[in-house]
Design a protein around this ligand. Structure first.
Ligand code: NAD
Length: 368
């Protein structure tokens, strides 16, 4: 859940779906319900101008349906811009399943979800997100071809997280180059919040380069394990947002840059994997800029995962996945330069360029 964005009460004041703040011209929203398996899911298709909507499925124990709806709307919109800025011929979509993945996820529930995806006849193609694993996508594959991120044994691209981590690392280096004059991360103090699938691999890249890495995670077991494996310190301060570090890498959930944190952050660069890091992209992005903190747009630098699963649709191999992901370095620098030249935030620069591509494609599509 993208905590801190709007409360359940605030959401309820608006019209249920089309009136949501996050609605932002979604093309289609599908509510999926199955009593037998306990499935309650929402699929959001934000925009399909560039191609079928591709985006992962998140399983999370949302406090209520409003939060689940708000989350899927924000996430699917993000996918539209992520695909467009990365130059992929796909649109933006996302799905959420309500419930604790640890206790409520069953093979029957995953297959039933797959049937709902299948019912959309390819307008939405799913993949994994938080709470999902490759084996869950294999279960979805049992009932529909409209799924990516399936296991390599079944002809898929496997777990996308290591590729996402590579892209975040590239984006972080580019941001460091822009902010500090060098892309070397050796000796830089970096706080990684969330050492899950993506965060752990990012920690590996960072420690290999000689960065001074601090770790934070609510899963204490995982935290201790990653700390020991990469000889990285666990952050012990009371409030991680006040940490005296050069770079803050949000790799847990979204909206960690919000009213409560944005004025406290001491890092000079923010670059991480989490989706929708800015609770409010207009307000919090602008405050970061005023405070001289460089924010590398999340949907730009965390695109490695979508590049990896897109390879299954576009039929390209590992070398091309790696080169497209490494290209995030150049794209990030381009966006940062464009933002400065146009006097806008990096987030808005990336959105503007992505939107221009979508608009151009819409015109081209209409002439076909
Ligand atoms: P994950 O579930 O494997 O890891 C998330 C980690 O964050 C877990 O270890 C969890 O304990 C920790 N966490 C949760 N809340 C926290 C909190 N409040 N403070 C500190 N730690 C907390 O997820 P992941 O696949 O590594 O993805 C991380 C983020 O990156 C998510 O926001 C996801 O949407 C985004 N993302 C992931 C991919 C991918 O390829 N996996 C691609 C793009 C974006």
């Amino acid at each position: 859940m993208e905590a801190g964005f709007t409360t359940g009460k605030e959401l309820q004041k608006r019209d249920p779906v089309f009136g949501q703040l996050s609605f932002d011209d979604h093309e289609q929203i599908v509510f999926c319900n199955d009593k037998d398996t306990g499935l309650k899911a929402i699929i959001g298709i934000h925009n399909s101008v560039m191609g079928p909507a591709l985006g992962g499925t998140r399983m999370f124990d949302y406090a209520n349906e409003w939060e689940a709806l708000n989350d899927v709307l924000r996430l699917s919109r993000g996918m539209t811009y992520k695909a467009a800025i990365t130059g992929l011929n796909i649109g933006g979509g996302k799905a959420v399943i309500m419930g604790d993945a640890k206790t409520k996820k069953t093979p029957e529930l995953m297959r039933k979800f797959g049937e709902f995806v299948h019912g959309l006849s390819g307008r939405y193609i799913t993949a994994e997100d938080v709470g999902m694993e490759t084996k869950d996508m294999d279960l979805v594959r049992d009932v529909t071809p409209y799924v990516t991120g399936i296991s390599e044994e079944r002809g898929g691209s496997g777990n996308p997280s290591p590729v996402t981590a590579l892209g975040v690392y590239m984006g972080m280096k580019a941001a460091a180059k822009y902010q500090f004059g060098s892309d070397s991360l050796a000796g830089k103090k970096i706080l990684v919040q969330g050492v899950g699938h993506v965060g752990e691999t990012l920690v590996e890249y960072l420690t290999k380069e000689g960065a001074v890495v601090f770790l934070a995670d609510i899963n204490h077991e995982k935290l201790a394990q990653v700390s020991q494996k990469y000889q990285a310190s666990i952050y012990t301060g009371e409030d991680l947002y006040t940490a005296d570090v050069d770079i803050y890498a949000p790799c847990a959930m979204g909206a960690t840059i919000n009213d409560a944190t944005v004025h406290k952050i001491q890092a000079k660069v923010i670059a991480g994997a989490a989706n929708n890091q800015l609770a409010n992209e207009n307000i919090h992005g602008a405050i970061l800029q005023e405070r001289g903190i460089l924010y590398a747009p999340d949907f730009l630098i965390n695109a490695g995962g979508i590049i990896n699963v897109y390879a299954e649709l576009a039929h390209y191999g590992k070398a091309e996945i790696t080169s497209k992901t490494q290209n995030i370095y150049d794209t990030t620098l381009e966006i940062l330069n464009y933002a400065t030249a146009n006097g806008i935030t990096p987030h808005h620069a990336a959105l503007r360029i992505a939107q221009n591509r979508i608009d151009e494609r819409k015109i081209a599509n209409s002439k076909k």
